[in-house]
Write a protein that binds this ligand. Structure first.
Ligand SMILES: NC(=O)c1ccc[n+]([C@@H]2O[C@H](COP(=O)([O-])OP(=O)(O)OC[C@H]3O[C@@H](n4cnc5c(N)ncnc54)[C@H](O)[C@@H]3O)[C@@H](O)[C@H]2O)c1
Length: 265
């Protein structure tokens, strides 16, 4: 018996990184999965992996900043699988040009706020009616360790991820009436393709070496006192699985730090 038997999960940004890991993990636990990504090729590749893992899957090319595309994708998911129970909002990420407030180009603001904050907002706006129809469900949003401590120099991404915390709490405070729980995960440094690319790391390097290299690069935010603050997408997919499953039925409006304690000490 799987931990997500009979569930249907819509995952944004599922073409890569944490979203891809979640799609495969959730499918292995019995959920049908809609794999939504702005990059149709990446969505298709993840969907193939989900199928290989024995899961029921729908491939979708969706830009989370476009409400109409989201509406169509959620409706297609509901039609195909008979409803939607869970939304996992992975689409997002910081970009290399992000800077402190006095230095950043405002194009970075438009891109990052649109993708991380508005994208999450729109996906919730469109998915919640489906969760209500299903009689309840779970929303898993993505914030970051950068929103839990003021040490990150990318101020636009920090602002977007801070907004997601408040938004998630507001969702929890409103939609408990419909049996919907909303929580957020605040990862540390996760070796997704995007993050590895920035560090010039590839999957063929042994994981221990990759983690060691990552730890040497990021001392301001997560330092040598937080060796558990560095991980791989599966580490975060496991937290998302818990928040999506009924095992976390008492957890609502929470921000789960998965950053090795970096925000605590
Ligand atoms: N990787 C980390 O270290 C880390 C740390 C803290 C928080 N996070 C958060 O976790 C989430 C996932 O991060 P990741 O590193 O796995 O990301 P990733 O870059 O590996 O994957 C993100 C996916 O989102 C897709 N995407 C981009 N724009 C989109 C759009 N407009 N609509 C739909 N899909 C779009 C991309 O094509 C990509 O497949 C993000 O919200 C990120 O901010 C990541």
């Amino acid at each position: 018996m799987g931990r997500l038997d009979d569930k249907v999960t819509f995952i944004t940004g599922a073409g890569s990184g944490i979203g891809r890991a979640a799609a495969i993990r959730f499918a292995r636990e019995g959920s049908a999965v809609a794999v939504a990504d702005i990059d149709g090729d990446l969505a298709a590749a993840t969907a193939d992996m989900v199928e290989e893992a024995g899961g029921r899957v729908l491939r979708q090319t969706v830009d989370v900043t476009d409400e109409t595309q989201l509406k169509d994708a959620l409706q297609e998911t509901a039609d195909q699988f008979g409803g939607v129970n869970t939304l996992v909002n992975c689409a997002g990420g910081s970009i290399a040009d992000d800077r402190s407030v006095t230095d950043v180009d405002l194009d970075v603001w438009d891109h990052t706020i649109d993708l991380d904050l508005k994208g999450t907002f729109l996906a919730c706006r469109v998915a919640i009616p489906h969760l209500q129809t299903a009689g309840g469900g779970a929303i898993v949003n993505f914030t970051s360790v950068v929103a839990l401590k003021g040490s990150f120099r990318g101020h636009v991404y920090t602002a977007a991820k801070g907004g997601i915390i408040s938004f998630t709490q507001a969702l929890a405070g409103q939609y408990w009436r419909d049996g919907i729980r909303a929580n957020a995960i605040a990862p540390g440094v996760i070796l997704s393709d995007r993050v590895q690319g920035r560090m010039q790391l590839t999957d063929d390097i042994p994981l221990d070496e990759r983690l060691e290299t990552a730890m040497k690069m990021n001392t301001r935010l997560i330092d040598e006192r937080h060796p558990f603050g560095y991980g791989v997408p599966d580490d975060i997919a496991n937290v998302a699985l818990f928040l999506a499953s009924d095992e976390s039925r008492m957890v609502n409006g929470a921000v789960i730090p998965a950053e090795g304690g970096a925000a605590a000490y």
